[in-house]
Ligand binder design. Structure first.
Ligand code: TXA
Ligand code: MG
Length: 313
């Protein structure tokens, strides 16, 4: 199917991806159409093995090979100078290409069977929540894709970390499943991408960092820990149907009328379940999802990034 220009959704260790032959511009155009994705947002090219990097990248800086050696296959995407063989539609006409080698056995088997690089964004409609289960993919894309490989729930739960290695020091474009604390011992201090508020001017350098992204349909509001009870009380007084996403061991009593979900207090455990819980709350026909923010510490960087982007209030 991939050789025929069709779209195949498949599991990775982060989220489900929507794949097409990366070297076939019209197949890749169908990804953009299926997702409703703007043409200025480039795609990640997935390879079975780091040895294929020279097929799509024009150079392979030393820090990139050190990172690949250590973290591939895995949830790390490297932005590299592109080769001309990569169609413009994949890179949004930019000079770079984003590349990753996924670890999931189904993704690996698919890449090896197809024997071509696969362009694959997350398998959701543009700006909506990423899918971590096959049913999430169908919720957004049923009728718009040709095949879905159901590998069960994905283990990681949030997207890969995107790192620009065309500059030194490398620049963190999207915090993700692979933490800064794991990367910095290997390549030294990273440059962080600008914050959500400051980044609008930088939208082309890092298109996926658009402030509203990864969002449920239900209005979502983030709140610092300790202030939830007051906020829940106000929302209930306005007769709103409220879901509350807490974490760890919420000390307070859960007010009646609130639909609670509690996630683990470790970042990996939290990330693994985050999108599944948001999909579930989004289906509960609520007026509001209130989310208690985890601490403002580096190990929570990716989770807090996704929560701020999911927020509409
Ligand atoms: O975990 C993941 O990365 C998943 C799985 C399927 O691999 N894929 C994924 O793709 O999250 P997508 O398209 O939803 O997000 C790709 C991100 C976007 O933020 C995009 O702007 C950025 O990578 N990106 C892609 N190519 C780029 C490039 N050449 N330069 C800078 N950023 C790039
Ligand atoms: Mg996405």
């Amino acid at each position: 199917m991939l050789h025929g220009g069709k779209l195949v959704a498949f599991p990775t260790e982060t989220v489900y991806g929507l794949g097409a032959n990366a070297l076939d511009a019209s197949a890749v155009a169908r990804i953009f159409a299926a997702k409703g994705r703007p043409a200025y947002n480039p795609l990640i090219v997935h390879l079975a093995d780091a040895s294929q990097i020279h097929e799509v990248a024009a150079s392979w800086p030393e820090p990139a090979s050190r990172l690949a050696e250590r973290f591939w296959p895995g949830p790390l995407t490297l932005v590299l100078p592109r080769r001309d063989i990569v169609p413009d539609i994949v890179t949004a006409t930019g000079p770079t290409v984003a590349v990753r080698v996924p670890a999931h056995p189904v993704a690996q088997a698919l890449l090896r069977a197809a024997a071509v690089p696969l362009a694959a964004p997350s398998a959701n409609r543009s700006t909506e929540l990423s899918p971590t289960r096959a049913e999430h993919v169908l919720r957004g894309l049923d009728g718009r894709i040709d095949l879905l490989l159901d590998g069960g729930p994905t283990a990681g739960g949030i997207e890969s970390t995107v790192l620009d290695v065309t500059t030194m020091p490398p620049r963190l474009l999207r915090p993700g499943l692979l933490g800064v604390a794991e990367l910095e011992p290997v390549i030294g201090p990273l440059v962080r991408a600008p914050s959500t508020q400051a980044e609008t001017a930088d939208v082309l350098a890092s298109p996926g960092m658009m402030p509203r992204h990864y969002a449920p349909r239900t209005p979502l509001e983030c709140i610092e820990a300790g202030r939830e009870m007051e906020r829940l009380g106000l929302l209930l007084a306005e007769s709103r149907r409220v879901g509350w996403l807490a974490f760890g061991d919420p000390a307070s009593m859960i007010p009646s009328g609130v639909i609670p979900r509690v996630l683990p207090s470790d970042p990996a455990g939290y990330a693994a379940q985050l999108y599944a819980v948001l999909h579930e709350l989004d289906d509960a026909r609520l007026d509001r999802i209130l989310v208690t923010l985890p601490p403002d510490r580096v190990e929570w960087l990716a989770v807090r990034d996704r929560l701020h982007r999911a927020a509409s209030i």
